[in-house]
Design a binder for this molecule. Sequence first.
Ligand SMILES: CC(C)(COP(=O)(O)OP(=O)(O)OC[C@H]1O[C@@H](n2cnc3c(N)ncnc32)[C@H](O)[C@@H]1OP(=O)(O)O)[C@@H](O)C(=O)NCCC(=O)NCCS
Length: 192
Amino acid sequence: MEAKSKSTVNTEQTIDHSSQSLWEQIKEDWIVHQKDWTKPGFRAVAVQRFGVWRMKIEPKLLRAPFSIIYRFLYRYVRNIYGIDLPYTVQLGRRVIIEHQSCIIIHGNSVIGDDCIIRQGVTLGNRYINAPLDAPKLGKRVNVGAGVKILGKVIIGDEVNIGANAVVLSDIEKGQTAVGIPAKIIKSKSTVN
Ligand SMILES: CC(C)(COP(=O)(O)OP(=O)(O)OC[C@H]1O[C@@H](n2cnc3c(N)ncnc32)[C@H](O)[C@@H]1OP(=O)(O)O)[C@@H](O)C(=O)NCCC(=O)NCCS
C-alpha cells in the first residue's frame, strides 16, 4: 500500500507553550533525555527553546544580547553536534533527539509532542524551487535513524517510520512506513 498522495491527515496541530515557562519546558526535555544534560539532543532542544523564548522580549534592544547568545549556541549545536534545529521550527513538548549528527530540520517544520528524532534525519523541502515547503509531524511520531521526510507532507499521530525510509507522501495516523519511497506495511509490533 502506498503512502497517501492526497491528504486526509489532520493538520489542526498547534504548538503552544504559553502555559509553560522556559524553565518548565527545558526541565521536561531534560527528563525525557534521561536527565542527562550532556546529551547533544537535549542541548539542541534547550537552545531551540531559548531561541523561541527570547523572541518575546521587548523592546528589540533588550532582546539583542539574548539573540547574540542564542546565535552563538545555535551555531555551536549545528557545527559541533551536527544538529540543525532553528528556533523557527514549531517544536512540541518533550521531543526527543536521540543521538546526534546529520540532523537537519527545516525552519518551517512542525514537530508534535513526544516525537522521537534520530541521527541522520532530515525534515526538508523536496524541490529546490519550493524552498519553504516543510513536513508537519503529529504527536508521538517515531522517526527511525536516517529517515528523510521531504516536502509539505503531513505525518499523522503515532506513525512509525522505519530506519532509512524516504517519505514523500502523507502518512495516516498510527501507520508504519518503510523503504524508498516509503510504503505502508502491516505492523507486526507496536513500537511507541
Ligand atoms: C519499522 C520498524 C519501526 C519496525 O516496525 P514493525 O511494525 O515492528 O515491523 P517488523 O519488524 O514487523 O517488520 C515488518 C516488515 O518490514 C520490514 N522492515 C522493518 N524495518 C524496515 C526498514 N527500516 N526498512 C525496510 N524494511 C523494514 C521487515 O523486514 C518486515 O518485512 P517482511 O514482512 O518482508 O519480513 C523498525 O524496523 C525500524 O526501522 N525502527 C527504527 C528504529 C531505529 O531507527 N533505531 C536506531 C536506534 S539508534
